[in-house]
Design a protein around this ligand. Sequence first.
Ligand code: SF4
Ligand code: FES
Length: 164
Amino acid sequence: MTRRTYATDEIEVGWDASLCIHTARCLKAAPEVFDVHRRPWIVPDAGSAEEVIGAVAKCPTGALTVRRIGNVDPAEALPEQPNVLLVPNGPLMIRGQVEIVQPDGTVVRRSSRVTLCRCGASENKPYCDASHRRIGFSTADEAPEPEPLPRVPEAERESPADCG
Ligand code: SF4
Ligand code: FES
């Protein structure tokens, strides 16, 4: 399992390869900071701290984390309650502070961004590892979703298209 950190005087960015499903959202959000054709591929001081924090917040899996030096939490804006996005032909994307808990009560992960497998093919359960693309997982047969409740403003939701 590869976990790396990339620091400036202001912030420290962490990347957990086992959680990255290559959605490329970080690359789109801050291409000068995140560049897979460069080594190291993350250069946090190529952008402002705010820009890096904003890009990390777009990572749906929690593979990317960031903290301000001296702080644990970069004060990421989170929804009041966790919400679960049903990604078409893809995973369950949870946004908001959640804990992954084993049957004996052991907390194995705390994160504000978690992407869970619902295709059954992940080799990194309970997390999605992008195997849904390999197996051609389809949600086309799912029952229609119930009437949506007006809880999370649409503006706070991100397009799930690049996770499918
Ligand atoms: S946004 Fe997260 S999951 Fe997507 S490529 Fe970047 S690190 Fe990987
Ligand atoms: S939903 Fe992505 S691996 Fe199962």
